[in-house]
Design a protein around this ligand. Structure first.
Ligand code: GRF
Length: 188
């Protein structure tokens, strides 16, 4: 049994599938949701599931201050792994070191192609033959850490950007919980 903390800033569909997977398999649990946006829909999902929320605003204060709050609160829970799922902030080297680099992220493109924002749109308009997802360790760069899992599909399998997006989210929701469990099972 291990605990993870999930970081998210938005909708929370990945957070939701991880929570559902953990509830079904009953092996690991989410000790907290870390969120930087007061209006993020993911907050409601956490409340409904009675998962503790660590809210840390980056507004009008330095990244250092926002991160210190997260570090202090998270250290009470001692999570084995930090899981970024649509967290729209770049973590500092200090933060990453505080958790010994035990941090993973999911990105909706085949890295190193299309890091950063708008990755699905950029993958689509680039004309790349393959689109997909990457799950990777977090380092100091923007979506640059070493790859753990990638899953791809050929662009001919979808007709438009909306279908490509749906396919990418489907892959994310299948592979992220599975990959997290596999990392935790190896760690403990
Ligand atoms: C996902 O596409 C993920 O790959 C990216 O941000 C999005 C988060 O979506 N990093 P959601 O909030 O989990 O629905």
């Amino acid at each position: 049994m291990a605990e993870i903390a999930v970081f998210a800033s938005g909708t929370g569909s990945n957070f939701s599938t991880i929570a559902e997977d953990f509830a079904t398999n009953n092996e690991h649990s989410i000790c907290a949701l870390v969120c930087d946006r007061k209006q993020a829909p993911v907050l409601q999902i956490a409340s409904q599931r009675q998962i503790p929320i660590i809210y840390s605003s980056y507004f009008k204060r330095s990244r250092r201050e926002a991160e210190e709050q997260i570090i202090n609160q998270l250290h009470e829970y001692k999570p084995k792994l930090l899981v970024l799922a649509g967290f729209m902030r770049l973590l500092s080297p200090h933060f990453i070191q505080s958790f010994n680099g035990n941090i993973i992220n999911i990105h909706p493109s085949l890295l190193p192609r299309h890091p950063g924002a708008d990755a699905i749109h950029n993958s689509w308009i680039s004309g790349d033959n393959y689109l997909g997802i990457s799950i990777h360790w977090v380092d100091e760069g923007m979506d640059t850490g070493s790859i753990i899992v990638q899953q791809a599909f050929h662009r001919s399998e979808v007709e438009n950007l909306q279908q490509a997006e749906a396919r990418i989210h489907e892959l994310e929701h299948f592979w992220y919980p599975k990959t997290i469990r596999s990392i935790l099972d190896q760690q403990i």
